[in-house]
Design a binder for this molecule. Structure first.
Ligand SMILES: [Mg+2]
Length: 261
């Protein structure tokens, strides 16, 4: 794609912020909640997760089975999640700052667009007009209406074994010539964020997570975060040029190694 056609370059930003949704903006995983409480339950979900880790099942197939076990009408699933899911309240401040400072926010998720949109709307108190959501969708199952029992299924974003390969969206930006390329930042909490984060300049990795161990092992530039207030503070410094992403990553690694010692 020519640079002029890349949608997040339209406003000529100097920073683009890509982020995971579940466990990063929300405090728990909304798909796990659906499977555990409205589908076949946690024991079966954990078994499938282990199969994925042991490469006996693809993430795509396992996730399909988990969500397929949820027969609750889709509208009721959204309603329930809006009631029970907790989101990071500091994300609101980050959102306002990003909007005021021409920093596009792109949510890259393995979840479903209507759920993500509803949860963001609830958190922000209005429609999320400064966020692009790239995720899976939902569609009719067996010709039924999605808001009837057993009436919906997940519609995957692409053909990858993840269902949604998050790195696809970032690659065209990562490949831009150096002088045309904005700084690319990424926030995530799971190992599935690694391939996407590898395309960016700096990963904000949720503290106390497997992801941190992976980053250290792979030599990926990262810094840890506990909530979006620290992501905001660091993003402000990067945008203003007060610190370089390199320096943030170096300090992030040193801090993590000190915490471990
Ligand atoms: Mg996540």
């Amino acid at each position: 794609m020519a640079p002029a056609d890349l949608p997040y370059l339209k406003t000529n930003p100097s920073v683009i912020f890509f982020t995971d949704f579940d466990g990063t903006i929300t405090l728990e995983d909304s798909n796990d909640y659906l499977t555990d409480n409205l589908g076949f339950g946690q024991t079966k979900r954990r078994k499938l997760n282990i199969n994925v880790l042991e490469k006996k099942t693809s993430f795509r197939d396992a996730f399909w089975q988990m969500l397929g076990s949820v027969k609750t009408p889709f509208s009721e699933c959204v309603e329930t999640l809006c009631k029970v899911m907790k989101l990071d309240p500091h994300f609101v401040e980050f959102y306002e700052w990003a909007k005021a400072n021409n920093v596009p926010i792109v949510v890259l998720s393995s979840g479903m667009i209507p759920i993500i949109r509803a949860l963001l709307e609830k958190l922000l108190g209005h429609k999320p007009d400064h966020i692009v959501i790239i995720a899976n969708d939902v569609e009719s199952r067996d010709g039924k209406h999605i808001n009837t029992p057993g009436g919906w299924q997940i519609k995957y974003h692409d053909d990858s074994h993840f269902g949604h390969d998050k790195s696809l969206e970032i690659k065209p930006y990562a490949q831009l010539p150096h002088d045309e390329r904005p700084t690319l930042l990424y926030a995530g909490d799971g190992v599935s964020d690694l391939s996407a984060a590898a395309e960016t300049d700096l990963l904000f990795a949720k503290k106390g997570n497997d992801l941190v161990t992976f980053c250290e092992r792979e030599g990926m530039p990262f810094t840890t975060f506990e909530d979006w207030s620290s992501i905001l503070a660091t993003s402000k410094d990067i945008l203003s040029g007060k610190v370089s992403v390199k320096k943030v990553a170096q300090e992030g690694l040193e801090k993590e190694q000190k915490d471990e010692a």
